[in-house]
Design a protein around this ligand. Structure first.
Ligand code: AMP
Ligand code: ZN
Length: 112
């Protein structure tokens, strides 16, 4: 996808501060962190949002969740973390390549 910033991170044409990468996913530091640890996890497949997950592409999504514990541990989040997905404009999605925010550190409040 030519105009997708996260596809450009995958192909290396935009730099990122990666914490994990394999053949199906990349995890990198968010440019504008909302928590002491704020990682973006993306599949190496252009799926626009959670609304477009299907039987064919879901292995890429499952793969991210199979690695999240390992990634969180590597970042020192032994005591817990939050995973957030914003789906669609009303939820505040701004990059239309599905991604999961991994948030850790001193989170304030249950939903904040
Ligand atoms: P969302 O609002 O759920 O679509 O989240 C998009 C996230 O991507 C925001 O937290 C941005 O700060 C982050 N972001 C956008 N561009 C980049 C980039 N080039 N590198 C790292 N994070 C980015
Ligand atoms: Zn993309």
């Amino acid at each position: 996808m030519e105009d997708c910033v996260f596809c450009k991170i995958i192909d290396g044409s935009i730099p990122s501060n990666k914490v994990y990468e394999d053949d199906k996913m990349v995890a990198f530091h968010d440019l504008n962190p909302q928590a002491p640890v704020h990682i973006i996890m993306i599949p190496k497949l252009h799926v626009k949002s959670a609304d477009e997950i299907n039987e064919t592409n879901s292995e890429y999504i499952a793969h991210i969740f199979s690695k999240v514990g390992e990634i969180a541990k590597s970042l020192g989040l032994e005591n817990g973390y939050r995973i957030v997905n914003n789906c669609g404009p009303d939820a505040g999605q701004t990059v239309f390549h599905i991604h999961f925010h991994l948030l850790g550190g001193e989170l304030s409040g249950k939903m904040g």
